[in-house]
Design a protein around this ligand. Structure first.
Ligand SMILES: Nc1ncnc2c1ncn2[C@@H]1O[C@H](COP(=O)(O)OP(=O)(O)OP(=O)(O)O)[C@@H](O)[C@H]1O
Ligand SMILES: [Mg+2]
Length: 586
């Protein structure tokens, strides 16, 4: 048998190897961007997400049978943990090493809740060692000159199609932003040296310093046969916050010390939770750990109870929240009411799919938690009873605690159906228009939400509409968007049953309007912006675009038989708009 130090070294070495591979995949993003290789970028994004579990499993394997049978040998584990801490304490992002240790021991022991003897239970954020590589450009007398310098310094500077046009655009937008305030021009432009990549875009991220204020600056670039071009210049905290938001896929950015970068990013996104920043930088496990620590800290400093999340009850999920903390917990029910036909495994597969797919800024990132220990006394009685009765596969009582065997945790949004009732007219109009925009963005990323009802979308604090109900979600390319056949006889017209034949993947957009329940006062603005969404031809055109695109993101499909059932099979569903296929004029 090895010594505790040798075990510790083995675990640390496994993480180091993981991290090296993570870096290799991350760095390929620069090449994919220059080669316009979307498909390779997608593959890398998925490979990088899957790498963590792979490496934890490999590490558990490499520890050998001997150690695995030492589960009860707590003194040994305390020694290993101590040796590990000594070994990793001075390494960059040492918290990542600690989280990896926790992942390995949780896997070995099937730990319920947290076992401090074999897990690290605190985070050292704020004690970040190391720095972010930053490039500072003094503005001096010419903003345009400084921007030219910024662009020329970029790793793809030489590939910019029209460098002069790009510099003028960026400098004009910065100039306008500063003139609109009373701050004159910025004194310096400070940029994080590594470029952020995601999808087919590259982002230069940093801040403008001037007159004692910090303004975020993000320049988004796209690439095409005409060369690299500037797509957008973002200067508002809201816009930059959304770019780093929980409805986005993860960046590929090669940061030597991630915690240091987070400290810098928080200088202009002070309200962004640390966990979400780790996650969006690709460190999803660290993000999950931080989210868990933040929840535990919050529980000790609050007294309110877990309650049902506001809004309509789900048929698939029991959703609860702590009013003072902006997260929701989603627990899968044992049985789904009609018309749902999917199984627990199908639902989990959809959530897995979203984890890997391009989230397009419109799908909330849900983290899967296992064996969560929560104080039972903090649950409203009705909620605890419902969980134990209707989600018995996922929850049980152990002593004073309610153990949630499995749940998804995600940010709490205001359900759109509630938001429209409460908001002032202008905000409600903006939200219903953004709901249409969300459907379009999802369609462009090859996602069909399946259940388009307003209750399945939420509104962020910035008024952005995001989808969160994934059990009927499928690829757009798996749906068949059909025009509604015209009735030929009176019997057909008045029939309460569908009189025409339809397949399990058929979707009839013309029928949606009557089920969506868009408040009548908002219908006109919605139709003005989005009437075409109620035509099958618009959806077919989107499908055609995806299929024609040289490297469309169609590859990472969820189980297609499950997806098929999603499009329409639950056909009697008045609750399911995708299923509106079976319903004739009501
Ligand atoms: N992220 C969230 N933020 C706020 N509320 C949420 C969130 N996710 C879910 N909810 C609330 O919980 C309800 C049920 O959640 P969800 O739609 O995900 O479950 P479901 O069982 O799949 O629903 P359905 O019966 O529509 O298929 C939602 O209608 C909404 O009111
Ligand atoms: Mg729902």
């Amino acid at each position: 048998m090895w010594s505790p130090r040798e075990y510790a070294a083995e675990i640390a070495e496994n993480f180091r190897a993981y991290n090296e591979e993570f870096g290799r995949i991350t760095r390929r993003a620069a090449l994919n961007f220059l080669a316009e290789d979307w498909a390779a970028g997608q593959r890398d994004a998925v490979a990088r997400i899957e790498l963590y579990e792979e490496r934890v499993t490999r590490c558990v394997g490499s520890l050998g049978e001997e150690l695995r049978s030492e589960q009860d040998n707590l003194p040994l584990w305390i020694e290993i943990k101590r040796a590990y801490e000594t070994l990793v304490a001075r390494r960059a992002d040492s918290d990542f090493y600690r989280t990896f240790f926790n992942s390995v021991t949780r896997d070995l022991f099937g730990t319920v809740g947290v076992n401090p003897a074999v897990e690290f239970c605190a985070t050292s954020v704020g004690r970040a060692s190391g720095a972010v590589p930053i490039r500072v450009h003094r503005v001096g007398t010419s903003l345009l000159g400084a921007v030219r310098e910024v662009l020329a310094d970029l790793p793809f500077g030489a590939a910019i199609g029209d460098a002069d046009l790009a510099a003028r655009r960026v400098s004009a937008e910065i100039g306008r932003h500063f003139e609109s305030g009373v701050r004159g021009a910025p004194e310096s432009i400070e940029l994080i040296e590594p470029v952020f990549y995601r999808g087919m875009q590259a982002y230069v991220v940093g801040r403008l310093i001037g007159d004692g204020t910090i303004t975020p600056l993000v320049i988004a670039f796209g690439n095409s046969p005409q060369g690299v071009r500037v797509d957008a210049v973002m200067l508002s905290r809201a816009e930059v916050g959304s770019l780093f938001g929980y409805a986005r896929s993860y960046f590929h950015v090669d940061l030597p010390v991630v915690s240091a970068a987070i400290t810098l990013l928080r200088s202009f996104m002070p309200r962004k939770p640390i966990d979400e920043l780790y996650t969006v930088l690709g460190r999803a496990k660290q993000g999950k750990t931080e989210r868990y620590f933040a929840l535990q800290r919050h529980l000790t400093t609050s007294i309110d109870s877990f309650v049902h999340a506001p809004g309509e009850r789900g048929l698939v999920m029991i959703v609860f929240t702590l009013p003072s903390h902006d997260l929701v917990f989603k627990v899968i029910r044992d049985h789904f009411g009609a018309p749902k036909t999917s199984t627990r495994a199908d639902v989990m597969e959809r959530y897995q799919f979203v984890f890997r797919h391009d989230r397009a800024g419109r799908l909330v990132d849900a983290q899967e938690f296992k064996r969560l220990r929560l104080p039972r006394a903090r649950f409203m009685p009705g909620l605890a009873e419902e969980l134990l009765r209707d989600a018995s596969e996922s929850s049980r009582i152990e002593g004073e605690d309610l153990i949630v065997e499995h749940c998804y945790i995600e940010r709490r949004l205001r359900p759109l159906n509630l938001f429209l009732r409460e908001a002032d007219p202008a905000a409600a109009e903006a939200a219903i228009i953004d709901y249409g925009a969300a459907l379009r963005d999802l369609a462009a990323s090859n996602v069909f939400p399946g259940d388009l009802l307003l209750k399945n979308f939420g509104v962020t604090s910035h008024g952005r509409v995001i989808f969160y109900d994934y059990d009927e979600l499928c690829l757009l390319t798996e749906c068949v968007f059909r025009d509604l056949p015209q009735p030929r006889f009176e019997e057909e017209e008045t029939s309460a049953e569908p009189w025409f034949h339809y397949g399990p993947r058929d979707v009839f957009p013309e029928q949606w309007l009557q089920f969506l329940g868009i408040p009548s006062g908002l219908l006109e603005v919605f139709l003005k912006a989005h009437a075409e969404l109620f035509t099958a031809s618009w959806w077919r055109a989107q499908v055609a675009k995806i299929i024609e695109a040289p490297a469309s993101p169609t590859s990472s499909a969820p189980n297609s038989s499950a997806a098929a059932s999603s499009a329409a099979a639950s056909s009697a569903a008045a609750s399911s708009v995708a299923a509106s296929v079976a319903v004739t004029s009501a």
